[in-house]
Design a protein around this ligand. Sequence first.
Ligand SMILES: NC(=O)c1ccc[n+]([C@@H]2O[C@H](COP(=O)([O-])OP(=O)(O)OC[C@H]3O[C@@H](n4cnc5c(N)ncnc54)[C@H](OP(=O)(O)O)[C@@H]3O)[C@@H](O)[C@H]2O)c1
Length: 286
Amino acid sequence: MTQNGQSIVLVVGATGNVGRNVVQQLTEHGVRVRAASRSPKTAKGLPEAELVRVNLEEAETLRAAAEGADAAFLMVRGFTVRPETMTEALRGRVKRIVFLSSMAVDDNAPVQTNPIGKAHVEIEEAIRATGAEWTFLRPGAFATNTLTWWGPQLRAGDVVRWPYGEAAWASIHEADIAAVAVRALTEDGHAGKKYVLTGGEALTQKEQLHRIGEAIGRTLRFEELAPEAAREQMKAYLPEFVVDRLLPMWERAMIERALVTRTVEEVTGKAPRTFWQWAMDHANEF
Ligand SMILES: NC(=O)c1ccc[n+]([C@@H]2O[C@H](COP(=O)([O-])OP(=O)(O)OC[C@H]3O[C@@H](n4cnc5c(N)ncnc54)[C@H](OP(=O)(O)O)[C@@H]3O)[C@@H](O)[C@H]2O)c1
């Protein structure tokens, strides 16, 4: 299962926010990486990795990429592929699967009523059925969401029109999710673990915007947008079922105390990066 005596880790979504960091950190650890993209020929910034073509909608591409790999980092976008189609391609090939799941999965619920949780739990169940060692990473909101949501407005001006400015959560830096993934991919002791991951401090959306302003050296203003107007705006870049879930969640996040876990530090030995650090790391993208 190794090439030249070195173990190989397949990273699905290697050009993405988390995957790119997984590739980089595995490479820094001296691990041989097979980085998967739908367009490996044009994939940029993955110099040390072997690039392979994987489209999760074409199971044979995943099967071929998993051949000879010891472990796989799996992430899924869009949730259009039957979970078993993906996991059958990995079954009997990789010994270990680390899956980028979601905090939306509720282990205490008999049925997942949250469609985001349901989409992820179905993949988790299919992974368990492969018999491979598994670790599920269940992060809450990514800090990088702000780049998707607010980036276009901030590249055009200093005002973000957005709903629920006082809603707070502890956004996580994608590099911290990757750091946990790397531990689970390369060390023993993480099999069967479900890691609920957050950043270290809860910030309101207004505070997050303020941190971004500090990082990019501009005075930014949050202008409260009515939820219905926001719904239309968000549908441009998020599936409707996600928008339907996010808006009520943010409404609750105006009054509920945000969950902050210590899992990143417990697993990696390092405190999670702050939102300000995240904003500094991405300052030139705003
Ligand atoms: N955003 C959040 O707040 C949040 C919270 C909890 C969990 N999550 C989980 O994290 C995931 C997003 O992670 P991310 O931000 O790292 O992803 P991302 O940056 O949006 O995308 C990752 C990569 O997936 C690849 N991809 C897309 N469709 C594919 C397909 N059909 N087959 C193979 N590869 C495909 C793309 O690479 P190529 O174009 O190179 O193929 C893309 O670069 C969500 O789907 C969810 O499961 C997100």
